[in-house]
Write a protein that binds this ligand. Sequence first.
Ligand code: ADP
Ligand code: MG
Length: 688
Amino acid sequence: MWWREPVTSLKGIGTKKALDFQKLNIETVGDLLNHYPRLDSYLDYSKVKKISELTTTNEKQFFAGEIFRLSDRRSGRGSSYAVITVKDDTDFAEIFLFAAQRYQMRFFKPGMQLLVVGKVRAGTAGKMVSEAFIQVVDSNEAASGLGILPVYALAGSLKQGQIRTAVKQALAKAEKYLPETLPEQIIAERNLPDRLTALRNIHFPESFAKLEQAKQRFIFEELFLLQCGLLYYRDHIKESKAGLKHGVDGDLLRAVIAALPFKLTEAQQQAWQEISLDMQDSKPMHRLLQGDVGSGKTAISALALAKTAENGYQGCIMVPTEILAQQHFETLSEYLTPHGLRVELLTGSVKKSKRKAILEDLELGEIDVLVGTHAVIQDDVAFNRLALVITDEQHRFGVAQRAKLSDKSQFAPDTLIMTATPIPRTLALTVYGDLDISVMQGKPIGRKPIETLCYTGKKRPSIYAGMVRQVQAGHQVYVVCALIDDSEGGLQARSATEVYQELKYSYLKKIPCALLHGKMKNQEKDEIMRGFAAGEIKVLVTTTVIEVGVNVPNATLMIIENADRFGLAQMHQLRGRVGRGDEQSYCVLLTDNDSPGTLERLQVLRDSDDGFYLAEKDLEQRGAGQLFGLRQHGLPDLYIADILQDMDILIEARELAKKYIQNRQMLHEIEQALDSQFDKRFQRIFYS
Ligand code: ADP
Ligand code: MG
C-alpha cells in the first residue's frame, strides 16, 4: 500500500530530510498524513489583500504579488539589507530582509509569484513590509488565493513549506486510492464526511466549516476504534478460559483479619466485601481498587491473597519497583506467614541459586504468595495454580504486561488492580473498559493531617534551617526535585544532583544524607532506601522515584523544589510519603516562579487533602494529556481526540463499539478498517 512506503518515496525527501521527519515520528507516507496540522493555528490566506488595500498601520497582513526586482542595499550605518519589490495590478510594495533573513534572497527570482505575510507601514518609496514570511506559489495558486494553510509541528531543519509540499504529494496518492475506515452506516447516520474529504480538509481546508467536520470525523474515528479495541480485547480474554470460584471467607481469613495490627476502616471493609464477593463468583474478577495514598490498600491485598491461598490456589502481586516489592514482601510476610502461608520475593536482584529454588517451589505449588517486580512475568516463571493477580500502582504497567501475568494461569484468574492515581469515574470506566471499581475514601483514623506550606525561593534558607531542626529532633526529611541532573534540560529548575551537592557541603555537613534517583542502578537504590528506612540516612534528596509506596513513618518533612513543575495530584502522592507516623508532618512547596497563578495553584494543594478533587483540578488546569498519559496505560496515542474534552463522543462511540464487537459481520468491517489505517496503533490493541 502506498501509505506504508517510506517518506523518501516522495519527491524532495532524501535520507537526510527523512531523519528530520523521523524526529516527528513520521516514517511512512501514512504517518505524514497522520501528522495533523496544529489544530488551532491554520493560516487564513483566504482573505488575501491587494497591495492597494494594505493598511500602513504596522499590522500583519496577507497579500500576493509578483517579484518585480531584487536588490541589495546598504544603510547609512553601513549594514546591508535586501529588498524585494513586488507588484500586483494595483500597486508596488517593498519587502525588507535584514540580517539573517537575507539568505532567502537566493531562492527568489523576478517573475515569481509570492504570498506574503508581514507588517506593513508607509516607507519612503511606497509600502514597506518587514518581518515577512514569504512563500513562493505557482501562479494558479496565487490567482485563486491559497485558502487556509496548515501549520505543522516542525523538527530539525524542516520548513512549513516542505511539509506542505510533501503532504500535497501524499494527498495526491490518496486521491487515487483510499479505503474507508469507518463503517458506511456510521458515516451516514452521523453525517460525517468520507475519509478522503476529511483528510483533504484537515490538511488543506476548503473552509473552516469543512475543517470542523473533518476534525469531528477523525475524533470519532479514533475514539470508536479505541473502544472497539478495548472491548474486543476484554471479551477475547474473558472467553478464552474458565474463571474459578473461591469459597466464602473461612477460618484462615478470619484469623488473618483478627491478627492485623489494626481494625479495618469502614472504607476497607466495604472494599473487601466487594472483592471477596467477586472472588466467590465464577466470573473472573476485574476490579480496580482506587484508594488515596495511605488509605490502606496493602492490607486489602493481603486479605485477597489469603483468600486465594485458603482455597488452595496461588496469588501474585506485581509492583513497579524493587523498593516497593521489598516493602510489600515485608508487610505481607508479617500479615500472612504467622498463619502458615509461604510468601516469597522475586525481583531482578534475587541471586541465581535463590531464584532457581523459588521457581521450583512455585511450580510445585509450595509457595502461596509471590511478590515481585517485572521479574515475575519472565518466561521461565511458572505457577502451579495461579488464581489471583494483583498489580499495585497500576499506571506503571501496560495492558500487555498485566495480560502476560494472567496468561501464566490455566484459569482466567481474578484480577485486582490497585492504584492511588485518582481517575474520575467516567474516565476510568471508559478507558479501562468494564472494570468494576472500588473506591476507598479517607484514611485510617488517628493520622494527623499534613501541614502544607507554599513559599517562593527567597524563604529557602529558613526552610533548610527548619530541615536541620527536624533532623535534630530525630526525624527524617525528603527533598524532592523535578529533575535528576542538568542534562535533563534543567533550565531554571534545581536538579536533585545540584541540590544534593549544595546541601551536603552546607546545611547537611554533619548530617548523613543521600541522593536517590531513577538513573541509579537498582542495587544502589535499594541500598540507599534501606539506609533511609533504617534511619541511618537522615535526609534523602530525590526525585519522583519516591512517589510510589515507600513507607518510612519517621519522615516528617518533605520539601518539594520547583513545585510549579509538578501536577497537584502528583505532589499529593509525593506528600503521602510523610505523615505516616504519629508526629505532626509538614510539606513545603518551594517555587521560584512568582507569577500570580503559580502560588494560587499551589495553594489548592495546601487547602485540600482529597486526591480526587486535586486530580480534577489538574485536569482543569493541565488537560487530560498530561495527567493521563494514555501510553502509560498501554493504550495508543490519540492524535486528535481528547478523552476528556470529547467525553460525549467517547460515550457514544463506546455504545456503538459494543454493537459492532458483538456482531460477526460488523466485526469484520472493523477488521478491514483497522487494516486500512495508516498505522497499526489500534490494530495492536486487538491482537496484543
Ligand atoms: P496505601 O493505600 O497507600 O498502599 P498502605 O497500605 O501502605 O497504604 O497503608 C498505609 C499505612 O496505614 C500503613 O502503615 C498501614 O499499616 C496503615 N493502616 C492501614 N490500614 C489501617 C487501619 N485500618 N488502621 C490503622 N492503620 C492502618
Ligand atoms: Mg501502597
